[in-house]
Every structure is written in structure tokens, then in C-alpha cells.
Write a protein that binds this ligand. Structure first.
Ligand SMILES: C[S@@+](CC[C@H](N)C(=O)[O-])C[C@H]1O[C@@H](n2cnc3c(N)ncnc32)[C@H](O)[C@@H]1O
Length: 236
């Protein structure tokens, strides 16, 4: 049983440790997601894909794609779109590619192997919290989007209201570590999930960074039951 916790947002040397952690938990990732969120994550991903308004023939990059549940949802909603996944954890991504049959590239979100203005939309679900350099990650998304292209980011932003913080604390401190231990046999990984959420930026700060990176029409909102946030923006 591993108990190692990768460095948190704002701490140096995260990328390798984060990748090693996802490599480790890949076999149980999907099951744990469903159990931890009581399947609400399925509706969150649906909302994310709706938010980027895919049209027929649009090219979508699902970044930090993991086991590619967002890519699968995008294909359901927009069968005519061209959908690609990218992630730096090959064990996560190869599961996703096998599951969906969609094309996938092993790639670091901070150095994407795509030309400027390649995609009509980029989605990231539960990925930006893991990036070593958040502003650089948002700038890289902007770089690969065409002008007018849509970014959609789903994330467990740092909770702000007292009520949400209370709910978070109770769930995070009690339920998540138990589930992490029982299913993934990796308490370190689920401690990381909790602590990285508490150290990450709140949603309004992410929206501000997105505007700074050149996104217009940036809109954010909380998704039921308030622990998860969705931010969408249009590349100016
Ligand atoms: C919590 S999982 C989310 C997976 C998927 N998007 C989902 O909705 O379930 C985070 C993913 O981000 C990936 N990731 C983290 N940092 C990355 C980076 N710098 N470049 C590429 N992928 C990264 C991890 O390997 C992991 O698969």
C-alpha cells in the first residue's frame, strides 16, 4: 500500500510525482470516481461538454484526459466532431484509448505537441489542479485554440463559502480516505486529492487568470452539490 503524497499546488517538482501517482491508481481510477461522487461526476462531465458547444466537424482536444470519460461523452453529444485525448500518464490514457477507441497522445499539458490554433475546443476535467505552473497551462490551452475556440474547465476549486467548506471538510477528512484505502489501496493518492483541492485557487481566481491569458466571455458557476466548478471561456 503506497502512502506517498505528491507535492501540492505552489510547491516545486510536482509533475513527475503527480504522473507516478496517476500511473499507480490507473487500474482503480474509474471505479473510485463513480463511488466517490455517487455517479454525479457523470453529470458534471456532461455539463462540461455542453459548455464548449461542439459542432459537426469541430476538433476537440480533451486535455489531462485520463481514462477519457470526457472524450466519450463528447462523442455521445457530438458524433460528428473529431475528438482527441492527451495526457502524460500512459497507464491512464491507454485505458481510455482502449475504452473509447478514440485517438490519444501522450503529452505534457505545459508543452503540447500541437501547432498554434489547431482546435475548436479544449476541455480539461480535474486536470488543471495538478499542473506545476497554472498560468503556463492556461496559456498553452489558449495557444492551441483557434480564435473563437472554446475552453471548458471542470475542477474542484478551493471552496469559498463557509457551508461548502464545512461539507468539504467532513467528506474529505472522513469518507475519501476510507474509500481511497478500500478501493485504490493508496491513501497517499487520496490525501493528495483532498490537500490539493484545499491548496488550489478558488474559481474566481481561475477566471481572472483565464482573462489574463486572452480568454473573453469567461463564465463560471458551481455544479450541484457545490463542490465542483465549471469555467468556460472563448479565445479572443
Ligand atoms: C484526476 S485525473 C482526470 C482524468 C479525466 N479528465 C477525468 O475526467 O476523469 C487528472 C489527469 O491529469 C493528468 N495530468 C496531470 N498533469 C498533467 C500534465 N502536466 N500533462 C498532462 N496530463 C497531466 C494525469 O495524468 C491524470 O490522468
Amino acid at each position: 500500500m503506497s502512502t506517498t503524497t505528491p507535492p501540492l499546488p505552489g510547491e516545486a517538482g510536482r509533475a513527475q510525482a503527480v504522473r507516478a501517482m496517476f500511473d499507480r491508481i490507473a487500474p482503480t481510477y474509474d471505479l473510485l470516481n463513480r463511488v466517490m461522487t455517487l455517479r454525479v461526476d457523470v453529470a458534471w462531465r456532461r455539463g462540461l461538454v455542453r459548455g464548449v458547444r461542439l459542432g459537426p466537424g469541430d476538433a476537440l482536444l480533451d486535455l489531462c484526459a485520463g481514462t477519457m470519460d470526457v472524450a466519450a461523452e463528447a462523442r455521445r453529444q457530438a458524433p460528428g466532431a473529431r475528438i482527441y485525448g492527451a495526457d502524460f500518464s500512459i497507464p491512464m490514457l491507454s485505458r481510455g484509448a482502449r475504452k473509447t477507441g478514440l485517438p490519444a497522445a501522450g503529452a505534457d499539458a505545459l508543452r503540447l505537441p500541437f501547432r498554434d490554433a489547431t482546435f475548436d475546443a479544449v476541455t480539461v476535467a480535474f486536470g488543471v489542479r495538478n499542473l506545476e505552473d497554472l498560468p503556463a497551462g492556461i496559456a498553452e490551452i489558449a495557444r492551441v485554440l483557434k480564435p473563437g475556440g472554446r475552453m471548458g474547465v471542470l475542477e474542484l476549486f478551493r471552496p469559498q463559502s463557509a457551508g461548502t467548506r464545512l461539507f468539504h471538510n467532513a467528506y474529505n477528512r472522513v469518507a475519501l480516505p476510507l474509500l481511497g484505502r478500500a478501493i485504490a489501496k493508496d491513501p497517499g493518492a487520496y490525501r493528495y486529492l483532498v490537500e490539493s483541492m484545499e491548496r488550489f485557487v478558488p474559481r474566481p481566481e481561475f477566471e481572472r487568470l483565464s482573462r489574463e491569458a486572452g480568454f473573453a466571455e469567461v463564465r463560471g458557476g458551481g455544479l450541484f452539490p457545490g463542490v465542483c466548478g465549471l469555467v468556460v471561456g472563448v479565445k479572443a
